[in-house]
Write a protein that binds this ligand. Structure first.
Ligand SMILES: Cc1cc2nc3c(=O)[nH]c(=O)nc-3n(C[C@H](O)[C@H](O)[C@H](O)COP(=O)(O)OP(=O)(O)OC[C@H]3O[C@@H](n4cnc5c(N)ncnc54)[C@H](O)[C@@H]3O)c2cc1C
Length: 502
């Protein structure tokens, strides 16, 4: 039988997406399977933001076989236990979307239904009082899981903050060691096959031509191959996710970085605060329909914790997704595939899951139509569900202090989100498909945090006798508090394991 395997993969773009793809493909395919080339242009550069992640990145690191301490050190990283949302539901409110377990499930029923019972009877404890990662975040403590039996310390869920530029550099060195060829140059033309419409080669500004079998478009917002050459089209989601701009600026931090991202709502958007070892990353994401650039920049600069370390950088984007992510012999990853906005730090994860999907549906040179369709179907599903989760933050608000919030509070939302909200309000249940990125607990934390309080809880909670119920709630809370007290500070943990001197 004729070998129809892919002989050469060409990646366009050397930002986070390009180097993640190069690293993962070089690890899995090994240099004997096919050649991998990555073209990037220093004169164009990368977006250079994208510094907060979600816990699934550990799967990616594991797949690459990275040493976690080295990874954190090389990227000046810190640990992340969740995101604190300030002023979102109402001005003055604050809640944490914390990673990992909430309380302890009992009799097969999620713990939060027990908490709801207590809450609906007037209990004053926040759900975060029963959540190890939320308590640890509040107290700026951190450690990795240890082997401690039933203790919550056996199961600590976390992600990372890192310097985006250093992350790409780190992955580049990893990929180059495994045979990936980097080509410095600017792609100025994409040559298509007349009959099939497949990409045959790329032309660079110095006259070189690069051919390949499979092309991975990691060229950022411009979507050089997927859009400029193949014209797949774009679904614009600005009516649901109205922020379309961001000012980003790093500032000085202190030597005790917080183990969580902070997102503070402003009058036409929100501000991120991402603590790294050597600085704090900040950005003001805003809607240009409701605020002009200079007002947005002033808000950012007036709300920094330290001296700015660079000139603020303005980024423009259109929230949405490509109509197709894989078309012909081209797959778009990262910003080239779409961008929803950074509110729940999902973009780097989307790169990771797209790479996993590509590996599981890896083509040969026949490029089976069915595999391409399946890839697109799964990617649409994943992005649509994340979109709903993000819209929830904007829609479920009581804020009426600006035109922006009035718009968000009253805008139409996708039916899929409306159903989730209605069901939670009615019975405290979250109904979701297993392959959705955000789990039941994430939905619950954000719904409650944004002020959606269910009318009721799971009826089987009442099967537990009253005295036992009160005792178990107290016990769980005290186990959480004692466990957190046993954790070192985040600063101390970093000092012991992965401190840098940059
Ligand atoms: C404001 C903002 C905040 C964000 N925050 C987060 C976050 O906290 N967490 C998260 O997960 N994600 C975040 N993201 C998303 C994250 O930054 C991106 O997903 C990630 O950086 C991947 O970017 P990229 O590699 O797709 O594109 P880019 O970084 O733009 O890289 C594009 C690459 O293509 C190359 N290129 C372009 N045109 C050509 C050409 N003609 N010839 C040769 N090379 C070319 C460029 O040189 C560059 O190397 C954020 C994004 C924005 C805009």
């Amino acid at each position: 039988m004729k070998n129809n395997n892919i002989r050469k993969i060409v990646i366009v773009g050397g930002g986070t997406a390009g180097w993640m793809a190069a690293a993962a493909l070089s690890r899995v395919l090994k240099s004997r399977f096919c050649d991998i080339e990555l073209v990037e242009s220093e004169s164009i550069g990368t977006v250079g933001v994208g510094e907060a992640t979600i816990p699934q990145i550990q799967v990616f690191n594991h797949m690459l076989g990275l040493d976690e301490d080295e990874f954190v050190r090389e990227t000046c990283g810190t640990f992340k236990l969740g995101i604190q949302f300030v002023d979102w539901g109402r001005k003055g409110d604050s809640y944490i979307h914390a990673f990992g377990e909430v309380g302890k499930d009992m009799e097969g029923i999620p713990f939060y239904h027990y908490w709801l019972k207590e809450h609906l009877r007037g209990g004053s404890q926040e759900i975060g009082e029963y959540t190890l990662t939320a308590l640890a975040a509040q107290q700026a403590r951190f450690m990795r899981s240890i082997d401690a039996g039933n203790s919550p310390l056996s199961n600590i869920t976390y992600a990372f903050h890192f310097d985006a530029v250093l992350y790409a550099r780190y992955l580049r060195s990893y990929a180059e060691k495994r045979g990936v060829q980097r080509i410095e140059g600017k792609v100025i033309d994409t040559l298509l096959d007349d009959d099939s419409g497949f990409i045959r080669s790329l032309r660079l500004n110095d006259g070189r031509t690069i051919d390949g079998d499979l092309f991975i478009d990691c060229s950022g917002f411009r979507g050089l191959l997927i859009e400029k050459a193949l014209g797949v089209g774009y679904d614009d989601w600005r009516h649901w996710l109205p922020c379309d701009s961001a000012w980003a600026v790093p500032c000085e931090g202190d030597d005790a970085p917080l183990p969580y991202t902070r997102s503070t709502a402003h009058s036409a958007g929100w501000q991120w605060r991402i603590p790294l070892q050597h600085r704090i990353g900040n950005g003001h994401v805003f809607s240009s329909r409701f605020m002009d650039e200079s007002a947005a920049q002033s808000i950012l600069l007036n709300n920094l914790d330290g001296k700015p370390l660079a000139e603020p950088k303005l980024l423009r984007f259109t929230t949405g997704k490509r109509k197709q992510f894989w078309h012909k012999n081209c797959i778009a990853l990262g910003l080239a595939s779409g961008f929803m906005e950074p509110l729940e730090s999902t973009s780097i994860h989307l790169v990771q899951s797209a790479i996993a999907r590509l590996l599981s549906l890896f083509p040969d040179r026949n490029f089976a139509r069915e595999d391409i369709d399946e890839y697109n179907r799964q990617t649409h599903f994943e992005m649509d569900r994340i979109r709903d989760f993000l819209i929830l933050h904007y829609r479920a608000t009581e804020r009426d202090d600006s035109e922006f919030w009035n718009y968000c509070r009253t805008m139409d939302i996708p039916d899929s989100l409306g159903q989730k909200i209605d069901q939670f309000r009615a019975s405290g249940r979250i109904v979701r498909a297993n392959s959705e990125l955000f789990n039941e607990l994430s939905w619950m934390e954000v719904m409650l945090g944004q002020g959606i309080v269910p009318h009721s809880y799971h009826p089987l909670v009442d099967a537990m006798a009253e005295e036992q119920f009160a005792g178990r709630m107290r016990e769980i809370q005290s186990v959480m508090q004692n466990s957190v007290a046993a954790m070192p500070s985040h600063r101390e943990f970093i000092r012991r394991h992965c401190a840098i001197d940059c």
